[in-house]
Design a protein around this ligand. Structure first.
Ligand SMILES: [Zn+2]
Length: 150
């Protein structure tokens, strides 16, 4: 029997397209944040100010906090971080997982944080989106569905 993923997310197709046009087309590591409203992931903010090195992505907390506040005024909640890795690093790093759990501790209303990993065509591979999700106990792969409308 195929195990049923514990987490499931519905994502707007334009969000996936935006991720492709940014993280999916530039060399790793790049990142951004995701927002959810009415159970649908409907926002993506590309963190142009984030610090990128060959091994890590460090979000720009100042600009991200501003975006999360703006989203809040529109009824959109922060729900995750998406970033790109080199094709050889197919798993979240221990730093990624620690960061995800720190986010959970800072946001008691979240019981998990969506933490997808992207591979970019700029790194000579196919665009890929692995829907990781981090909670206090584990790192797993969520099931995802796509929608063209809200
Ligand atoms: Zn990473």
């Amino acid at each position: 029997m195929v195990p049923v993923p514990e987490y499931s997310f519905l994502i707007l197709l334009p969000v996936l397209r935006q991720i492709y046009q940014t993280l999916g087309s530039k060399p790793a590591e790049q990142g951004g944040i995701l927002g959810i409203a009415d159970g649908v992931i409907s926002r993506f903010y590309y963190d142009v100010e984030g610090l990128c090195s060959e091994r890590d992505y460090y979000p720009d907390i100042k600009s991200i906090s501003k975006v999360i506040k703006e989203w809040g005024n529109e009824g959109v909640s922060f729900c995750g971080i998406v970033h790109s890795h080199h094709p050889s690093a197919r798993l979240l790093s221990s730093k990624d997982i620690d960061f995800g759990r720190a986010i959970l501790r800072m946001n008691p209303s979240l019981n998990s944080v969506f933490f997808p990993l992207v591979f970019s065509v700029a790194d000579n591979t196919e665009y890929e989106f692995i829907p990781y999700v981090i909670d206090e106990k584990s790192v797993s792969i969520a099931s995802i569905r796509f929608s063209n409308q809200i």
